[in-house]
Ligand binder design. Structure first.
Ligand code: PNS
Length: 174
């Protein structure tokens, strides 16, 4: 089956989307977006970028495990890792859509450029922007890492079920 088609060999229409990111670590904003995107498609693949050039706070395995636990109640949500170009991964998954979150105007320029570049590389893939709940507008993995490393309260910044684990891993980190 080629990328961009909505029909599986069984003849059933399948709308598939990739939600890519670093998820270092997953935040309440990411979780809000996963739930929104999951309502729009038949299959949502949450894809953690494996970038060996970067030193993340959480290993890819840790990030995958946390996302899998978080999304366990959503049977049509898959969690996996990818490396290389996002568009190549999306095609390998027969996805038609890339989902990205836009929290504020400041996100827009980077997201817009990335969407246009991905469109140039793979015109058949459509980027879809979703907005998380306003109360998550300022939530980012970078702030979570910073606040967590200084022992700050991560309530409302990371999903409750993962809060203790994330706080424990970040505590005392430089
Ligand atoms: O959570 P992030 O760090 O904002 O996610 C960025 C991500 C993973 C979506 C982006 O860096 C990406 O797609 N990387 C894969 C390499 C790629 O396709 N680069 C070209 C983008 S135009």
């Amino acid at each position: 089956m080629g990328s961009g088609t909505l029909v599986q060999s069984s003849g059933v229409f399948v709308r598939s989307a990739i939600y890519p990111g670093s998820f270092d670590p997953v935040t309440t904003g990411h979780w809000d977006l996963i739930q929104r995107a999951a309502k729009l498609v038949d299959r949502l693949v949450v894809a953690v970028l494996h970038n060996p050039a970067k030193a993340p706070a959480f290993s890819v395995d840790e990030r995958l495990l946390m996302l899998k636990e978080l999304t366990a109640s959503l049977p049509h949500v898959e969690v996996t890792t990818f490396h290389g170009l996002l568009v190549d991964f999306a095609k390998s998954q027969d996805a038609q859509f890339i989902v990205r979150g836009v929290r504020a105007f400041s996100d827009f320029e980077y997201e817009f450029q990335m969407a246009l570049m991905n469109r140039k590389l793979a015109p058949e893939l459509e980027t879809v922007f979703l907005m998380p709940k306003e109360k998550y507008s300022a939530v980012s993995s970078r702030f979570v890492r910073e606040i967590g490393s200084m022992g700050g309260n991560l309530s409302d910044l990371v999903p409750e079920m993962l809060k203790a684990r994330i706080a424990g891993r970040l505590a005392g980190r430089p």
